[in-house]
Design a protein around this ligand. Structure first.
Ligand SMILES: Cc1cc2nc3c(=O)[nH]c(=O)nc-3n(C[C@H](O)[C@H](O)[C@H](O)COP(=O)(O)OP(=O)(O)OC[C@H]3O[C@@H](n4cnc5c(N)ncnc54)[C@H](O)[C@@H]3O)c2cc1C
Length: 511
C-alpha cells in the first residue's frame, strides 16, 4: 500500500467535503489545509441544491429569542438548549460574512434583506439568493474564494480511511483518481454531508451515503441520534423514478400554496412542522389519495419570479406551476443524527472534528427547523476552523497503525435501499425494524452503507416512543423524559435486541 508521509500535504489539517460546512471550515482556517472533495468544491453536494435559504433573525420584527423558541419547538424536546443558544444568534453575523465572501442575497428596493416564510417559523426569517437558488449562489461564491486562497490545497478524491495511533488521528487514506494516497495529519474535519442516498426516495445527491459517518464510527467515534431522519413533505412526484427527486421548497407553502387531494380538498395545516406535514401526506397517500401542491394563486407573487429554479424544474416535467397542480410526496431529506460533537465540532476521537450535516451537535433535536441546516453548517464550519487554529499539534506523528481496509461492496447499496425504504420510513414498528436489523447485520462489517443503516435501525428499535421525525406505530406516545441516543460501532455490532445503546437525557449535556 502506498505510504507517502513525506508528501507536502503531510501535517496539514484535512477537511473532507466540498459543501458549505467544508468550504467554510477551509476559508476560516488560518493554517494551511487540504480540502478533499470528490468533485470541484460545491459540486455533488446538498449545499448546492438548497432552495429556501438560510434562517437568520435579521428582520425588524424578529429576535434571536423567537428563533431559538421556534427551533426548540420543532425539535420536540430533544434539542440541546445550550447548543441552540450558541448557534442561532450567529445568524446575522454569518449572513454578513457570506456577503463579504461575495454571496449576493436578495434585497428589496430599500436595500433591506428580503426574508421568506417557512413552516414552523413564527416570523419571516429565511434569507435567500436568486429567489430559490440560494445553495448554488452560496457555493459558487465560496468556491471562488477558495480558488483565490493559496493556503487551501484542493484535492479531488474520496476519503477511505482515518488512520489512528493509540486511538488518536494521525493520518488519512484517500482514493485520488484511482491512486491510493496515505498522508500523516494530526487533524481531520469531516464535512461529508447526509445519508439520503441510502434510501430509495430522497432529495439528496446519490453520493450522500453517509461515508463520513461510517468512517468516524469505524474510528471509534460516538454517533448521536442516528434514528432521526427528516422526510421533506413535498418532493416532486413525477413518473415512477426512484433515487434523487426534485424538491419543491417549503418556501412555496410559506408564500401561501395549499396541499390538496385529487378532490381539491385541503387535509392538513401546510405550515405545521415538517414531520407533521410529512406524516399527514403519507397517511393520505396510504388511503389511496393523490396529493398536490396548489401554487396557482400565490398572493401578490408571480411564481416564476419568486421561484425561478422550481419553475424550471416543474416545466421540465410538463407542469406549469402558475396554472397546474404540482404532484408531491415525502422523500428523505435530512439527517438530524450524526457524529456526536461539542460546540467546537470536536468528536470523541482526538484529532477528529465534524461539522455540517454529518455532525450531530444537538441543534436540531428530533426534527430540524427549516433552513437551520445551512446556518449550522456555516457556524460550525467556522467554529471547527477556530478550534483547530487554536490547537497545538506535535510536529511528528510517530508510528502509524492502520485499521483493516474495508472494501465497499457496491452490490450492497441497492439491498440497503430496499431495506431502508421498507423498514425505516416515516412510520416504523418492531417487526420491520427487527427484519432490517437481521438483514443488515451480516453486511455491516464489509459495507459502510450497511453499517450506517444498521446504526439507524438499532437506535430506532431502542427508541420506544414517537418523537419528532421518529414515529413508531407500536409506541405512538412520547416518553416523559427526552433522551438523546449515543452509540459506538461496537455498541451497534454487539447489539442483539438488548438495550446496549446508551441514552442520555438532554439536560445531562452531550459528549
Ligand atoms: C434539495 C435540498 C434542498 C435544501 N434546501 C435547504 C435550504 O433551503 N436551507 C437549509 O438550511 N438547508 C437546506 N437543505 C439541507 C442543506 O442543504 C444541507 O444540510 C447542507 O447543505 C449540508 O451541508 P454540508 O456541507 O454538511 O454537506 P454537503 O453540502 O452535502 O457536502 C458534503 C460534501 O462531502 C462530499 N463527500 C461525501 N463523502 C465524502 C468522502 N468520503 N470523501 C470526500 N468527500 C466526500 C460530498 O460529495 C459533498 O461534496 C437542503 C437539502 C437538499 C438536498
Amino acid at each position: 500500500m502506498a505510504r507517502n508521509f513525506g508528501d507536502d500535504f503531510a501535517g496539514r489539517p484535512l477537511i473532507v467535503g466540498g459543501g458549505l460546512a467544508g468550504m467554510m471550515a477551509a476559508l476560516s482556517m488560518q493554517r494551511p489545509s487540504v480540502l478533499l472533495c470528490p468533485a470541484r468544491p460545491g459540486e455533488a453536494s446538498s449545499s448546492m441544491l438548497a432552495q429556501g435559504g438560510i434562517s437568520a433573525c435579521v428582520a425588524a420584527d424578529d429576535t434571536c429569542e423567537l428563533h431559538i423558541a421556534d427551533t426548540l419547538a420543532a425539535g420536540d424536546g430533544l434539542c440541546d438548549e445550550s447548543v441552540v443558544a450558541r448557534i442561532i444568534p450567529e445568524g446575522p453575523e454569518i449572513i454578513a460574512l457570506l456577503e463579504r465572501y461575495g454571496v449576493v442575497f436578495d434585497r428589496d428596493a430599500a436595500g433591506q434583506l428580503i426574508v421568506g416564510q417557512e413552516a414552523a417559523h413564527s416570523r419571516r426569517r429565511v434569507v435567500h439568493a436568486c429567489g430559490d437558488s440560494t445553495g448554488a449562489a452560496v457555493v459558487k461564491a465560496l468556491a471562488e474564494q477558495i480558488r483565490q486562497t493559496p493556503r487551501i490545497r484542493v484535492m479531488q478524491g474520496e476519503l477511505r480511511k482515518i488512520i489512528l495511533h493509540e486511538g488518536e488521528v494521525c493520518g488519512w487514506e484517500a482514493d485520488i483518481g484511482g491512486r491510493r494516497l496515505s498522508v500523516g495529519s494530526p487533524a481531520i474535519v469531516l464535512a461529508t454531508g447526509g445519508i439520503g442516498g441510502l434510501f430509495p426516495y430522497t432529495t439528496n445527491v446519490s453520493q450522500a451515503t453517509g461515508s463520513g459517518l461510517a468512517l468516524a464510527a469505524r474510528a471509534g467515534a460516538v454517533i448521536a441520534d442516528p434514528e432521526f431522519v427528516q422526510f421533506h413533505p413535498t418532493a416532486l412526484a413525477v413518473g415512477n423514478a426512484q433515487g434523487r427527486m426534485s424538491l419543491i421548497s417549503e418556501a412555496v407553502r410559506g408564500e401561501g400554496a395549499f396541499l390538496l387531494n385529487e378532490r381539491g380538498e385541503r387535509f392538513t395545516d401546510e405550515l405545521a412542522p415538517r414531520d407533521v406535514v410529512a406524516r399527514a401526506i403519507q397517511a393520505h397517500l396510504s388511503q389511496g389519495h393523490q396529493v398536490f401542491l396548489d401554487a396557482r394563486t400565490l398572493p401578490g407573487l408571480r411564481f416564476a419570479e419568486r421561484f425561478p429554479g422550481i419553475d424550471v424544474i416543474c416545466r421540465r416535467n410538463g407542469i406549469n406551476p402558475s396554472t397546474m397542480l404540482i404532484p408531491v410526496r415525502p422523500a428523505v431529506h435530512y439527517h438530524m443524527g450524526g457524529v456526536a460533537t461539542d460546540t467546537c465540532g470536536r468528536s470523541t476521537v482526538k484529532g477528529l472534528w465534524a461539522c455540517g450535516e454529518v455532525a450531530s451537535t444537538g441543534l436540531h433535536g428530533a426534527n430540524r427547523l427549516a433552513s437551520n441546516s445551512l446556518l449550522e453548517a456555516a457556524v460550525m464550519g467556522r467554529a471547527v476552523a477556530r478550534d483547530i487554529d487554536a490547537s497545538i499539534f506535535p510536529a511528528m506523528f510517530g508510528h502509524v497503525s492502520e485499521n483493516r481496509l474495508i472494501p465497499e461492496n457496491s452490490d450492497v447499496l441497492p439491498a440497503v435501499r430496499d431495506l431502508t425504504g421498507e423498514c425505516l420510513g416515516i412510520l416504523r414498528d418492531e417487526p420491520a425494524l427487527r427484519k432490517a436489523e437481521e438483514a443488515l447485520r451480516p453486511m455491516a462489517e464489509q459495507s459502510d452503507a450497511a453499517l450506517v443503516a444498521l446504526m439507524m435501525v438499532c437506535a430506532a428499535r431502542e427508541r420506544k416512543e414517537s418523537r419528532g421525525a421518529h414515529a413508531r406505530m407500536d409506541y405512538p406516545q412520547q416518553a416523559t423524559t427526552a433522551r438523546r441516543t449515543f452509540m459506538t460501532m461496537s455498541d451497534c455490532l454487539g447489539h442483539v435486541g438488548k438495550n446496549t445503546v446508551s441514552f442520555h437525557s438532554v439536560s445531562e449535556g452531550v459528549v
